[in-house]
Design a protein around this ligand. Structure first.
Ligand code: NAI
Length: 271
C-alpha cells in the first residue's frame, strides 16, 4: 500500500545489482511512493544487464558511475538534475565491497592494498558523493541522504573482517558530513544498520547462512528483510522524519538490544 510519501521528490539510488539488492527494493518503493529516480551503479555492474529490468519497471534512467571517481560522481549529479528537472531530494548509498572478504583473507592477515580499496569503494565513496553534491549545490534544502551499514561497526563479528572498520568509518562520515551539510543546507545524513540480508554482498561473507539463522533466532522480531529496509529508508527520505540527522539507526528486529534469546539458550541445551 502506497502513501504518496515521496510525491514530487527526485532521488538517486545507487547499488541495485539484482532483484535481491536492498537498493532494488528501495527504488521500487520510492517510485510507488511518488518519486522520480535515477539509478546508478559501477560500469561493470551495468554489463550484467539486470539493472535495465529495474529501470524499465521504475521508469528510470541509468547513469553508470564508479563511486570512487569524483569526476564520474559529478557527472552523475549534473545529469540527474537535468533528467529529473531540478535539485535532488534524496540519495541512497548502497555500496559495499571488500576484496579481503572476496579472497577469503582473515582480518589479522589483511592485505593493505585490498583494505584501502575497500575503504575507497565502501566508505570514502560516501564522502565523495556528498562532497560533489555540495560543491554542485545539487541537493534541495531538507534533502535526505541515507547509507546502509552493519552492526559490526560497533561489535566484533570475526568473519566481517575489514568491512567492520570500513563501516565504522562510513557511520562516522555520516555524522561528520551531516553536521556541515545540516548547518549549511539543512540536508540530513543518516546510516541505517540493517539485519543480515540474503544479497550478493551479504552471501559473499563466509558462514553467512549460519549467521543469518543465528541473528534471526536472537532478534525478537526476526531479521528485517530487504523490503522492510526499503520501507524504513522511504520514511527517512520523507518529510515525516525531517529533524532526524547524524544518526546510526538500527533496523534489525531488536537484535542489537538483545543479549541472548530463549531460542538460542534452548538450542544450547539450557533448560
Ligand atoms: P549488493 O551486492 O546487491 O549491493 C552492493 C552494490 O555495490 C552492488 O550493486 C555493486 O555493484 C555496488 N558497487 C560495488 N562497487 C562499486 C563501485 N565502485 N561503484 C559503484 N557501485 C559499486 O548487496 P546489498 O546487500 O544490497 O548491499 C547494499 C549495502 O547494504 C552495502 O553497503 C552493504 O554493506 C549493506 N548491508 C548489507 C547487509 C547484508 O547482509 N546484505 C547487512 C547490512 C548492510
Amino acid at each position: 500500500m502506497a502513501y504518496n510519501l515521496l510525491k514530487g521528490k527526485r532521488g538517486i539510488i545507487t547499488g541495485a545489482l539484482d532483484e535481491n539488492s536492498i537498493a532494488w527494493k528501495v527504488a521500487e518503493k520510492a517510485v510507488e511512493e511518488g518519486a522520480t529516480i535515477v539509478l546508478t551503479n559501477a560500469p561493470i555492474a551495468m554489463r550484467m544487464g539486470e539493472i535495465r529490468k529495474l529501470a524499465e519497471k521504475t521508469n528510470a534512467q541509468i547513469i553508470p558511475a564508479d563511486a570512487t571517481s569524483t569526476e564520474e560522481l559529478s557527472q552523475l549529479f549534473l545529469q540527474s538534475q537535468e533528467i529529473l528537472g531540478g535539485k535532488i531530494d534524496f540519495l541512497l548509498h548502497s555500496i559495499g565491497m571488500s576484496v579481503n572478504i572476496r579472497k577469503n583473507i582473515s582480518y589479522t592477515e589483511s592485505n593493505y592494498d585490498y583494505f584501502l580499496k575497500g575503504i575507497d569503494v565502501s566508505a570514502l565513496s560516501f564522502h565523495k558523493m556528498m562532497s560533489v553534491a555540495r560543491k554542485l549545490d545539487a541537493m534541495n534544502e531538507w534533502g535526505s541522504i541515507v547509507a546502509l551499514t552493519y552492526m559490526a561497526a560497533q561489535r566484533t563479528y570475526p568473519f566481517y573482517t575489514d568491512m567492520a572498520d570500513i563501516k565504522a568509518m562510513l557511520e562516522s562520515i555520516a555524522r561528520s558530513f551531516g553536521y556541515h551539510y545540516g548547518l549549511e543546507k539543512k540536508v540530513r545524513v543518516n546510516t541505517v544498520s540493517q539485519s543480515p540480508t540474503k544479497t550478493t554482498a551479504g552471501t559473499g561473507i563466509k558462514g553467512f547462512g549460519d549467521f543469518f539463522d543465528y541473528a534471526n533466532a536472537i532478534a525478537p522480531l526476526g531479521n528485517a528483510t530487504a523490503e522492510d529496509c526499503a520501507n524504513y529508508c522511504i520514511t527517512l527520505f520523507s518529510d515525516l522524519t525531517k529533524m532526524v540527522t547524524m544518526q546510526n539507526l538500527f533496523h534489525d528486529g531488536g537484535y542489537s538490544s538483545t543479549g541472548v534469546s530463549m531460542e538460542v539458550m534452548t538450542k544450547l541445551g539450557v533448560e
